[in-house]
Design a protein around this ligand. Structure first.
Ligand SMILES: Nc1ncnc2c1ncn2[C@@H]1O[C@H](COP(=O)(O)OP(=O)(O)OP(=O)(O)O)[C@@H](O)[C@H]1O
Length: 259
């Protein structure tokens, strides 16, 4: 275990910024902290870093810094053209790169990053993504980051946690977030039990809830007419049939509002 936080709580007068948060990460994992503005991401990261003291709870981190050549890191982050510039004169994107370069100097086992893609152009975002991916997958570095860019989180992180008003309300593999955004065929019929049985007998995977059937197989999504035909043949014609797809933002907002 690399981050081991138990019951982390931060109270600022009448604001409960982080509320009883328990979080563990494993080696080489990329964990994304998601949440709306003010949900407590920065406060959590600052407590994990030891920059602010929790009101309650404990954090323990496993780390073993090792010195490494500065030029290696500068090269890795593409900062050579700016090697002799003062940090204050760098653009926001290059300041972000510099901050990451400083962190990498110590060959860390663990990186805690608050919005690492903030201020970067799309090429910079892709570059940081590939760097973080390499660090986690090839060097076994554990990474916890906060981000607002859900598509990036889905591509990069292995696991995510959703903070809402300081509480960790959801935690899952990012593949689950992506799965929620996958298209599905929704079918409304008068006799859902009969229709489900008929479609299953025809080899389809069907889930039924509140009288509505859902199919997620590619075949059903690309050929809903075949499903309609099978239902008509089985004597339960659909009253509604639609392919629906949520974007990642919708899935994320649903997670925040449902919990
Ligand atoms: N030093 C402080 N004093 C008082 N309240 C604070 C302080 N720092 C943060 N807060 C409050 O704690 C809550 C959580 O803030 P935090 O900055 O951790 O959220 P965040 O998820 O990082 O937000 P954002 O996405 O906007 O960066 C907010 O209500 C914020 O106003």
């Amino acid at each position: 275990m690399t981050i081991d936080a138990v019951g982390l709580t931060k109270q600022y007068r009448d604001i409960l910024a982080v509320d009883d948060l328990t979080l563990h990460t494993t080696r080489g994992e990329i964990y994304a902290l998601l949440g709306l503005n003010g949900s407590g991401k920065t406060t959590t990261i600052r407590m994990l870093l030891g920059l602010i003291r929790p009101t309650r709870g404990q954090v323990s981190l496993f780390e073993e810094p090792v010195e490494k050549a500065v030029s290696d890191v500068i090269a890795r982050l593409g900062l050579q053209p700016h090697a002799h510039h003062r940090a204050q004169t760098l653009s926001l994107g290059n300041k972000q790169r510099l901050a990451l370069a400083k962190a990498l100097l110590h060959q860390p086992d663990l990186l805690l990053l608050d919005e690492p893609a903030n201020g970067l152009d799309p090429a910079g975002v892709a570059e940081i993504r590939s760097l973080l991916h390499d660090l986690a997958h090839h060097n076994g570095v554990t990474i916890l980051l906060s981000s607002h860019i859900l598509t990036e989180v889905a591509r990069l992180a292995t696991r995510f946690g959703v903070l809402d008003h300081g509480r960790l309300v959801w935690e899952d593999a990012t593949t689950e977030l992506v799965a929620q955004a996958r298209p599905r065929l929704r079918v409304t019929v008068h006799a859902p039990g009969h229709a489900t049985a008929a479609l299953r007998a025809a080899g389809h995977t069907v889930s039924a809830e509140d009288g509505e059937l859902t199919l997620t197989e590619d075949r059903a999504i690309h050929h809903p007419d075949e499903i309609a035909t099978q239902l008509v043949t089985a004597g339960c014609p659909p009253t509604r049939l639609a392919v629906e797809q949520d974007d990642l933002e919708t899935c994320f907002l649903r997670l925040v509002s449902h919990t």
